[in-house]
Design a protein around this ligand. Structure first.
Ligand SMILES: [Zn+2]
Length: 437
């Protein structure tokens, strides 16, 4: 049986005690019963579930449920099952064996669905009906979708569906980003104050959580929720299974709030301890230079972590100055002999154009993976012939403005070297033939 353990004071709780954070305010880890799990032949169990058409086995998250937690009722949208694309062209260019794991292929277009299915399931099994997050982007889209899906007749045991609540700063964000949350029917509440104020409010709501009266309490789904980390671990489990449990040398990912970095470290350690793999891939966490507090922490040899006041980057999904999970993420880098690097705006958008032009496509933050891989190859950290997986976290369509402005050459400080501009031509066959030469 799994346990909750505080990473600050060490206090332990049962998995069903409904805690999101510790009484001391510290973040919680979910401790997996490794010795118990060793007795199961998990590799065989997971492989036998592939190809199943029914839940839970058909979910690319719940397929690995022994390594998550035991839930009576699952809220799932058949998430996960995202593709692992070999990239022959880029492999040849970089001299490595390169794959892209495309998490933008999840139901709402980002990796967030993996953590959301597990965290909402935990809340529902605890008897909760009200779910909240502070987010202007992918998290709110995912929360809204899963709350809506849980109310469908297929899962009629939900009382009257779930109450999805998204808290956002007033007037400081583009409503376009919230179109998914609105469409899925979440209650979008704008407050006077910035994003930090929204987050603070969510944390206060979380502290009022009454485990004796979960139905009237509000369950927090921001990344402090340990069940989200558990769900995000399955990105790594799925990569390993897709590579037939032959671990890659490197897993390279964008790093903002550091939830994925933490989850990947936990997944790699668990997979190794359980004997699913016989060596640990190294993690490379890639930050945007304009939002790089974790990179600085790594560069000063973990002496001091300093939050950043005004992070700025086109990669909005990782525009985070005060990541909540930096201690967990540090552990992930240390345990996998990993590295942290930073990339410029130009490197990000060029890498994005290259991933897009390969027919795969991604949102700007995702392109940090390829920009980071380039650096690691150039400085010799990644050796010729090594097997490298770059994780793409969000779909191309998440941020069409960034793509259009890049190709129109409208982004300040970015040279748009791979711009593909539309051309106006006369409506004649002659003009078409001349234009495609
Ligand atoms: Zn504690």
């Amino acid at each position: 049986m799994q346990k909750l353990s505080c990473i600050t004071c060490g206090k332990k709780f049962g998995i069903n005690e409904n805690h999101v954070v510790c009484e001391c305010g510290g973040l919680l880890d979910i401790i997996q019963p490794i010795e118990e799990l060793k007795r199961l032949n998990l590799k065989k169990v997971f492989d036998e579930r592939l190809g199943s058409r029914e839940l839970p086995n058909a979910s690319g998250v719940w397929r690995y449920r022994e390594l998550l937690f035991d839930a009576e009722r699952i809220i799932s949208r058949f998430e996960g099952n995202t593709r692992l694309y070999p990239s022959e062209k880029l492999s040849a260019k970089l001299g490595v064996e390169l794959f892209f794991k495309h998490e933008g292929e999840n139901p709402t277009g980002s990796f967030k669905d993996r953590g959301m299915t597990v965290a909402i399931t935990a809340g529902v099994n605890a008897g909760c009906h009200n779910f909240v997050c502070a987010s202007t982007g992918n998290t709110s889209a995912s929360l809204a979708s899963y709350c809506a899906a849980a109310g469908l007749p297929a899962v009629a045991s939900a009382k009257v569906g779930l109450n999805g609540i998204v808290i956002i700063p007033n007037g400081k964000i583009a409503l376009g980003k919230l179109s998914q949350a609105l469409a899925f029917g979440a209650k979008v509440l704008q407050i006077d104050g910035n994003f930090d104020a929204a987050m603070k409010l969510v944390n206060e709501l979380g502290k009022k959580f009454d485990s004796k009266n979960p139905a009237d309490s509000i369950y927090v789904l921001n990344s402090i929720n340990p069940f989200r980390i558990e769900g995000q671990k399955t990105i790594v489990f799925e990569i390993l299974q897709q590579l037939n449990w032959d671990a890659p040398d490197w897993i390279v990912l964008p790093a903002g709030n550091l939830g994925n970095t933490s989850a990947f470290g936990k997944a790699i350690s668990e997979a190794f301890e359980l004997g699913l793999i016989d060596r640990k891939p190294r993690i490379a966490a890639v930050q945007a230079a304009g939002a790089n507090p974790f990179f600085k922490y790594f560069e000063n040899k973990w002496k001091k972590f300093e939050a950043m006041e005004n992070p700025e980057t086109i990669a909005t999904a990782i525009k985070i100055g005060n990541p909540q999970s930096f201690l967990r993420a540090r552990r992930a880098v240390e345990e996998t002999n990993g590295v942290v690097l930073e990339v410029s705006e130009n490197e990000i958008m060029d890498a994005k154009a290259e991933i897009d032009a390969a027919g795969i496509g991604c949102e700007p933050a995702s392109a940090c993976s390829l920009a980071g891989i380039r650096q690691l190859v150039a400085n010799g950290k990644v050796k010729k012939g090594e097997k490298v997986v770059g994780v793409l976290t969000g779909h191309l369509l998440k941020d069409p403005d960034a793509t259009m402005n890049y190709h129109a050459g409208k982004l300040t400080g970015i040279d748009s070297a791979r711009a593909n501009r539309p051309r106006r031509i006369e409506a004649s066959v002659k003009a078409v033939l001349a234009a495609i030469k």
